[in-house]
Design a protein around this ligand. Sequence first.
Ligand SMILES: O=C(O)c1ccccc1NCC(=O)[C@H](O)[C@H](O)COP(=O)(O)O
Length: 256
Amino acid sequence: MTYLTRILETKSGEVAELKKQEPERRYREMRGELPAPRDFRSAIASRDGGINLIAEVKKASPSRGVLVEDFRPLDIAARYAELGASAFSVLTDRHYFQGSPDYLKAITQQFSIPVLRKEFIIDESQIYETRLMGADAALLIVAALAPSQLRDYLQLFAELGLHALVEVHDRRELDIAIEQGSTIVGVNNRDLRDFTVDLMTSVNLRRDYPEGVLAVAESGLKRRDDVLLMQQAGFDAALIGEGLLTSEELREFAWG
Ligand SMILES: O=C(O)c1ccccc1NCC(=O)[C@H](O)[C@H](O)COP(=O)(O)O
């Protein structure tokens, strides 16, 4: 069983609980009162060949364990805003990443920078929940969804005014993402079977992106040269968690 399969099994149980709270009905009752989502796509699109930062607020991960003992998400987000982050990514999964929807809500309320919900979405109810939470965008993982499900979810995202970062690991998944209508595609450099990281996964797949699809390099970027490699390969944005906590070089990078 891959780690992703394990995570998705846990999510099935969480979704059963979530459905009891009827997020779709709550969304329909509250939609007039919800603030308009901020434009995640425009925020991360490269201008003049620069590369934008999607800064991930991450307490722990399956591959690295606890990254920050004294975790203060608003302080971390403030530091990332100072660095010039174009968007935040906030983990809301409690079980594997020690994240929380409360962290996301607090960050959306405090900052004007668009926020991506980093979650393992396998059901429509989570998309309504994402909108109710105040996120501007969320992750969809091709390996976690049937192609028709991906298409339906992208349509629901658009109806709710949300953007989707669609994550792929190889050429087959990139083709599915494009065929189903994705307009922002991220390549995860981390192999979710054994957690090894290979930055060439992003570099090699970038050549196969069609015109007009935004490209995000995800995971394992730890050094200035890693980011420059992604910039030279033509990525619009780099999504970075651990590296921002550990690398001075990345904190001094001229983003955007
Ligand atoms: O980070 C992990 O260990 C992990 C394990 C299993 C599934 C997903 C995982 N990470 C989710 C992410 O997308 C990363 O947090 C994100 O790309 C940032 O990665 P990094 O810069 O290496 O912290």
